[in-house]
Design a protein around this ligand. Structure first.
Ligand code: CP
Length: 309
C-alpha cells in the first residue's frame, strides 16, 4: 500500500493498522534525511501549511514547523492570543480567512474535543489534529509507538502501561487506539477518580497500584496531571498523588526486570516522575521528541499526496 486511507488525520481511531505501518515506513526514510548534514528534501515546495494553535504547546508546535520546513513547504503560524479570535471571530471564519490566502493544509490544536473533525467537514484543506481537548493527539501516539518499535524492535506483543491522569488525557486515548491496532497489550494505572468510567469498553487492563502495573509492563508511559482541565479536586494533594503514583529511582530499581520509561512532556519533575528517572538510561523521552519530527514529516507527506495539484 502506498496511500494512506484517510484524507485528514483527526484521530488514530480512523487509521488502519496498514496506515500506521505506512506512516512508520515513511518516517524511517525521513529519519534518515534529518540525520544528514542537509536535513531537507524538496518534496512539498508547492504546498503551504498553516499551524493554528488555540492552546499552548512547545514540542508539538515546534516539531510540526520543523517537519514542514524540512519538507520545503511554506509555513505560516497563528496563535489565538493576539489574533482576531479575541474580537469574537468564529473558528470557521478564522480558518476560511487563512485558507483564502491559498493554504493547502491546516495543523490545529484546540481545547474543544472534535474541533478538528468539525473543521475537516467545513473547509477545503487537509486537516491534522495537533490535540483537541481531552479527545485525541494522534501524532503523539504515532511517535510514542514508533519510539517503542525503535527501542524494542516491535510493538506487537509488548505490554504498555499508561500511568496518571487518564481521564483528561488525549495522549492516553490516542495511545490506547494506536498500541492496540499494532497488537500491544495496554494497561492504565492511576487513582480511580482519574480513570474514566468507559475504560472497560476500550479493552484495556486497569490497575490502581503503581508497582503492580510496573511489574506487569515492558514500557511505562508516565503522564502529567492536567490541572488546567480539572475544575474540581480529583485527589487530596499533589504530594499524596506523588507518594502513590510518582515514579522514582527506588521503585524503578526494585522491579524484577528493566522497563522502558516514556513521557509525552511537558514533565513535572518531582510529581509524576523524578529527575533521576527522567534522565536515566531507561528513559527514551528525548528520543520520542526526536522521532516526532520524522513522524510528522511522514503524516504531512502522505496527506499532501492527496491534494489535487
Ligand atoms: N506532548 C505535547 O503535546 O507537548 P506540547 O504540549 O508541548 O506540544
Amino acid at each position: 500500500m502506498t496511500n494512506i486511507s484517510v484524507d485528514h488525520l483527526t484521530g488514530i481511531k480512523d487509521l488502519t493498522q496498514q496506515d500506521i505501518e505506512l506512516i512508520f515506513k515513511t518516517a524511517d526514510s525521513f529519519k534518515e534525511v534529518i540525520n544528514r548534514p542537509i536535513k531537507k528534501v524538496p518534496s512539498l515546495r508547492d504546498i503551504t501549511i498553516a499551524n493554528i494553535f488555540f492552546e499552548n504547546s512547545t514540542r508539538t508546535r515546534l516539531s510540526f514547523e520543523l517537519a514542514e520546513k524540512r519538507l520545503s513547504a511554506d509555513v505560516v503560524n497563528f496563535s489565538a492570543s493576539g489574533s482576531s479570535v479575541k474580537k469574537g471571530e468564529t473558528l470557521i471564519d478564522t480558518v476560511n480567512n487563512i485558507l483564502s490566502m491559498k493554504v493547502d493544509m491546516v495543523v490545529m490544536r484546540h481545547s474543544s474535543p472534535g474541533a478538528t473533525e468539525f473543521l475537516s467537514k467545513k473547509v477545503n484543506a487537509r486537516i491534522i489534529n495537533a490535540g483537541d481537548g481531552t479527545h485525541e493527539h494522534p501524532t503523539q501516539a504515532l511517535l510514542d509507538a514508533y519510539s517503542i518499535r525503535e527501542k524494542l524492535g516491535k510493538v506487537a506483543g509488548k505490554k504498555v502501561v499508561i500511568v496518571g491522569d487518564i481521564l483528561h488525557s488525549r495522549v492516553a486515548l490516542s495511545n490506547i487506539y494506536c498500541l492496540q491496532k499494532l497488537g500491544a497489550e495496554v494497561m492504565v494505572c492511576g487513582p480511580a477518580t482519574l480513570i474514566p468510567k468507559y475504560i472497560n469498553q476500550l479493552g484495556v487492563k486497569v490497575s490502581n497500584n503503581l508497582v503492580e502495573a510496573l511489574e506487569w509492563c515492558d514500557v511505562a508511559n508516565m503522564l502529567r496531571i492536567q490541572l488546567e482541565r480539572q475544575d474540581i479536586k480529583f485527589f487530596p494533594s499533589l504530594r499524596e498523588y506523588t507518594m502513590l503514583f510518582g515514579l522514582n529511582k527506588e521503585i524503578l530499581n526494585s522491579l524484577s526486570k528493566e522497563i522502558v520509561v516514556m513521557h509525552p512532556g511537558p514533565i513535572n519533575r518531582g510529581v509524576e516522575i523524578t529527575s533521576d528517572v527522567a534522565d536515566s538510561k531507561q528513559s527514551i523521552i528525548l528520543q520520542q521528541v526526536e522521532n516526532g519530527v520524522a513522524i510528522r514529516m511522514a503524516v504531512i507527506y502522505l496527506l499532501a499526496a492527496k491534494i489535487e495539484r
